[in-house]
Design a protein around this ligand. Structure first.
Ligand SMILES: Cc1cc2nc3c(=O)[nH]c(=O)nc-3n(C[C@H](O)[C@H](O)[C@H](O)COP(=O)(O)O)c2cc1C
Length: 163
């Protein structure tokens, strides 16, 4: 499907209850909950832009990974799994086991998707940026009490589909 076809629902559900950002680096797979992100179009390509704080285990894995996936549930059935993956670190737990989720092979990238979600984006990482504290307006600095400014992962959407 076209990257923009289900964009309103994808963004609504991403921001309302969260989604899984899943990364595979060598043989290690981890997923974490995200609620901030962008679907857009740059350099004549569709992109998802994911925001990852420096202290996340995900950051350790994604910084030199090739790709990542976004798996978005459109209902509350993954609520508990999103909570676990959004509050516990893959450094300390096996999220597949503890959150009772299942990783499934993706169609075009090495990072897997999370089974039983409704919308999937498979993304090849093309550009990495980090937010600049000096350019941040005072009113938004409340989001960074520990100065943990996000890394931005521009992932070219190479495949997207509904369950
Ligand atoms: C609803 C929700 C949304 C979140 N969104 C983000 C996000 O966009 N970026 C981020 O770095 N952390 C976000 N987090 C926090 C991470 O998911 C959380 O710190 C997680 O335990 C990191 O896992 P990891 O250490 O295995 O990477 C969110 C958490 C929740 C519950």
């Amino acid at each position: 499907m076209k990257f923009y076809e289900d964009m309103a629902s994808a963004m609504e559900n991403l921001t309302k209850r969260g989604a899984f950002l899943t990364v595979k680096n060598n043989n290690v797979v981890n997923t974490m909950t995200i609620a901030w992100g962008y679907i857009g179009y740059s350099w004549n390509k569709p992109f998802f832009v994911a925001m990852v704080r420096p202290q996340r285990y995900t950051q350790e894995l994604i910084k030199d990974a090739k790709d990542y996936t976004i798996s978005i549930p459109y209902s509350d059935k993954m609520k508990e799994a999103l909570m676990i993956c959004g509050t516990k670190s893959g450094r300390h737990i096996d999220k597949e086991k503890e959150a009772n989720i299942k990783f499934l092979p993706s169609q075009k990238v090495e990072s897997p998707v999370v089974d039983d979600c409704d919308m999937y984006y498979e993304c090849n990482i093309k550009y990495i940026d980090v937010l600049d504290k000096e350019k941040f307006p005072q009113e938004l600095k409340v989001n960074y009490p520990s100065d943990d400014y996000h890394y931005l992962y521009y992932g070219e959407i190479v495949e997207c589909y509904k369950k």
